[in-house]
Design a protein around this ligand. Structure first.
Ligand code: KG4
Ligand code: ZN
Length: 343
């Protein structure tokens, strides 16, 4: 079965072809970083218009790369939420119309479920069960994952998501968008110093996070320190954020009496986070799995893969093309059919 995946929830247009027998056939991505850079963040209307411009050329590109024609597509998966309403509508309406034209089913996919399953696409996929750390621009969650569709929320951020904290802190430090990678680069030029930031909720004894205070603490330091100390401040911010994520995520694995942690979402691309997780996991006898680097941030491959999994698991995930709605806000716990319980 050949599944076309379409991602358009934010600032990346991603298209991919996943074959349930052969694996990922091809994927292509267009990032809008250059488009939004001068505004310091994503401008929703510009994002929607750019998705419209890119989606057909990207479809042609993945078909050509896979040596396939669109008539071979058996189903179309698209991101139905969460994300920017206008941006989601571009992918959703394109997927629905193409499905209607090809007479194939459509699968609305939850963007975070797709992130969560993306490590299964890697060369060395994790076996079930595992704990997943979802760290993106909009979410910071720990989930116990027993199988595709069985997700138990162990805890999540009470305020800003980890990626959001990276982005907002980067902005305070005068860095461009997207802030996460820019902050990580600046941190490489800094190091340990007398600057000390809090590790929010590290001793809370549960799996909840809080990142908004960390950003405020950075602001206070910026007002106090000379500009040439910004790299040290970036370093300390990265230390604080990655320490909290590392400690809580591996505690969650032990709490669930499991041995595997799976990291997904854009912040999962952070090298310092990977270093810390790997080191601590090794001392605890645990193992950490990551998606391939290019599948950490938003992409069409994870949408095609997630859609394919849902189609194979139970056909109820698929619908005939027709009336549709997108869900800009959509807690993962609400995909009732697939979620066993929530914490
Ligand atoms: O998963 P993603 O591409 O989109 C969402 O679903 O949100 O995640 C984007 C987030 C942004 O906040 C970005 O700054 C962050 O991931 N990010 C990073 C790194 N690469 C991306 N944060 C820290 N270090 C990185 N290397
Ligand atoms: Zn994402």
């Amino acid at each position: 079965m050949l599944v076309l995946g379409i991602e358009s929830s934010c600032d990346e247009t991603g298209v991919a072809l996943f074959d349930t027998a052969l694996g990922l056939r091809s994927h292509a991505l267009h990032s809008q970083i250059a488009l939004h850079n001068e505004y310091g963040g994503v401008v929703p209307e510009l994002a929607s218009r750019d998705h419209i411009r890119r989606i057909i050329p990207l479809l042609e590109e993945v078909l050509a790369k896979a040596g396939a024609v669109k008539e071979e597509i058996d189903a179309i998966a698209y991101t139905a939420g969460p994300g920017l309403a206008g941006a989601l509508l571009v992918g959703a309406s394109f997927a629905q119309s193409l499905a209607l034209a090809l007479s194939v089913p459509v699968v609305p996919v939850h963007h975070m479920e797709a992130h969560l399953l993306s490590p299964l696409l890697s060369r060395d996929p994790p076996p079930f069960p595992f704990v997943a750390l979802l760290v993106s621009g909009g979410h910071t969650q720990l989930m116990r994952v027993t199988q595709v569709g069985a997700y138990e929320l162990l805890g999540e951020s009470q305020d800003d998501a980890a990626g959001e904290a990276f982005d907002k802190t980067a902005k305070l430090l005068g860095l461009g968008y997207p802030g996460g990678p820019a902050l990580a680069d600046l941190a490489l030029k800094g190091g340990a110093s007398e600057i000390r930031l809090p590790r929010p909720m590290i001793d809370s004894g549960d799996f909840r996070f809080s990142f908004s205070g960390l950003k405020t603490a950075v602001l206070l330091q910026i007002q106090r320190l000379p500009p040439d100390r910004r790299a040290d401040l970036a370093w300390e911010f990265q230390e604080a954020a990655t320490e909290v994520l590392t400690v809580k995520a591996l505690d969650a694995v032990q709490h669930c009496r499991l041995t595997r942690l799976v990291v997904a979402g854009g912040v999962g691309a952070n090298r310092r986070l990977r270093e810390r997780l790997d080191r601590r996991a090794a001392t605890l006898g645990l193992r950490v799995y990551y998606p391939e680097l290019d599948l950490c941030t938003d992409n069409g491959a994870m949408i095609a893969f997630c859609g394919a999994q849902r189609l194979m698991m139970d056909k109820s995930g698929a619908t005939s093309p027709g009336a549709f709605a997108v869900k800009p806000r959509w807690p993962l716990q609400e995909i009732r059919l697939y979620v066993v319980c929530s914490g």
